[in-house]
Design a protein around this ligand. Structure first.
Ligand code: C5P
Length: 220
């Protein structure tokens, strides 16, 4: 299936997971592999789009023909995606962005001799990048967010997605379950997509590439 229905379209995709430094050797991170974001990039390229991939610590290789921007932290991702989004037809925020970062980044490695048996870390909120993009949203630009949740009950999972949509204000929200063995490291995914009003517009499961195709269909 290589319909060229995205020829002439510029799609910005964020993928992977941010890492928020504590000191020169340590960070707070998450288990996002970047596989779903990379699958979206591959599917969009195959349909003729030009793709900017904003990659945060990917565990998989980025496709060769994307315009690749490497970022580490949420603040770096925010700067890169805000700049790239200005001329984009669609922005897909598949990256797992840290909600908090360490308030102070130590210049030297934190030593356990100085901290003792317990260590309290003070964190500060990161900006909500997706909500910010939604506020700056141009007519005609499609903005897609993700919601990775550990909720196992499907009804409550969708309810969490609806509440998140109300906070984020994007056009579509891709809700997927994650857990110790689901979501992140896997080559497969199961998604429920909500539109701006919170109605279910797509349910799909399969390989991350096939799920990516269903998400791109919504942009069309
Ligand atoms: O609030 P939560 O992290 O669950 O929202 C997930 C969605 O919001 C994802 O699309 C993610 O890329 C985006 N996000 C963001 N800025 C943050 C946290 C998440 O844009 N600080």
């Amino acid at each position: 299936e290589s319909t060229a229905d995205l020829v002439g379209k510029h799609i910005v995709i964020t993928a992977g997971g941010t890492r928020e430094p504590l000191d020169p050797v340590r960070f707070l991170g998450n288990r996002s592999s970047g596989k779903q974001g990379v699958a979206l990039a591959e599917a969009a390229l195959a349909r003729g789009a030009s793709v900017t991939l904003i990659a945060a610590n990917l565990e998989v290789a980025a496709p060769a023909s994307v315009e690749l921007r490497l970022v580490g932290t949420a603040l770096e991702l925010e700067a890169a995606v805000t700049e790239a989004a200005a001329g984009a037809d669609a922005v897909i925020m598949a990256a797992a962005v840290a909600d908090y970062r360490p308030l102070l980044v130590q210049d030297d490695k934190i030593k356990k001799d100085d901290t003792g048996d317990t260590l309290l870390l003070e964190l500060t909120r990161n900006p909500d990048i997706l909500a910010g993009l939604a506020q700056a949203h141009r007519p005609g630009q499609v903005l897609i967010g993700f919601a990775a949740e550990t909720e196992t009950d499907p009804v409550r999972l969708v309810a969490l997605g609806r509440a998140k949509m109300a906070r984020k204000g994007c056009d579509f929200l891709v809700v997927n379950r994650v857990g110790w063995a689901e979501g992140f490291a896997s080559d497969r995914n199961a998604i429920t997509v909500l539109d701006h009003a919170g109605d279910i517009v797509c349910e799909a499961s399969g390989t991350k590439l096939s799920v990516a195709g269903r998400i791109l269909d919504l942009i069309i």
